[in-house]
Design a protein around this ligand. Structure first.
Ligand code: ZN
Length: 177
C-alpha cells in the first residue's frame, strides 16, 4: 500500500474553505488491489475538497480511459469513461456508522487516504459490455462486417440454387451492437 501514500490528504493543516487536488491514475495504481478486474487505465481525477470545522466534503471528477478486453474478440481496447463521486467526512466525538460515501472519524483525526475510495469509484465505472469500435485499429467490428458480407454473398449465391444454408440465414439476422 506504500504507493497509495500519494492519495493521503493531511487536512489538519488546511484552512476552512475549498482546496483543489489533482491525481493521475495509471496501471501501477491497480496493482495494489488484489483481484482487480482493471489492470490498466489512464485517468485524470480532479478533487475539490471543502474543509469545514465539522469535517470535509470531497467532490471527485474522473475522466479518461480504462483498458479492457473486448467482449467479442478479447483484444485489449481503450474504453472512455467519466464519472463523479462525493465523499463526506464527519469529525465527531461520537462517531456514527460509516458508509461508502459517509465516513465518521474521531475528532482527533488529521488525515485521510482516498486510494481505496477511488478504486471503488473506478470499479463502478466499468461498463457491463466493452466492444471494439469500428474506428479502432484491428477492430473486430470491421472484421465481423467483412465476414457478414462474405456470408451474404455466399447465401445469395445459394439462394439462386434454391438451397439456403439455415446457419447463414441465422447469421444474416444477427444484429451488430
Ligand atoms: Zn473486438
Amino acid at each position: 500500500m506504500e504507493a497509495l501514500q500519494s492519495y493521503t490528504i493531511r487536512f489538519s493543516g488546511l484552512k476552512n474553505g475549498f482546496h483543489d487536488f489533482a491525481y493521475e491514475i495509471g496501471g501501477d495504481f491497480f496493482k495494489h488491489f488484489d483481484g482487480s478486474l482493471i489492470k490498466n487505465a489512464q485517468l485524470k481525477v480532479a478533487l475539490e475538497l471543502e474543509r469545514k470545522t465539522s469535517g470535509l466534503v470531497l467532490q471527485f471528477k474522473l475522466t479518461g480511459e480504462l483498458e479492457m478486453p473486448c467482449d467479442r474478440c478479447l483484444k485489449q481496447i481503450q474504453v472512455p469513461v467519466a464519472g463523479d463521486a462525493e465523499l463526506v467526512v464527519k469529525l465527531s466525538a461520537d462517531p456514527g456508522e460509516s458508509t461508502d460515501n459517509l465516513w465518521f472519524l474521531p475528532i482527533t483525526a488529521y488525515e485521510i487516504n482516498v486510494g481505496q475510495f477511488l478504486y471503488e469509484t473506478i470499479s463502478l465505472m466499468v461498463p457491463l459490455r466493452a466492444l471494439c469500435r469500428p474506428e479502432d485499429s484491428n477492430s473486430c467490428q470491421a472484421d465481423f462486417e467483412a465476414l457478414m458480407q462474405q456470408y451474404d454473398g455466399s447465401a445469395a449465391k445459394e439462394e439462386e440454387d434454391g438451397d439456403i444454408d439455415p446457419r447463414w440465414e441465422k447469421l444474416k439476422n444477427l444484429k451488430l451492437n
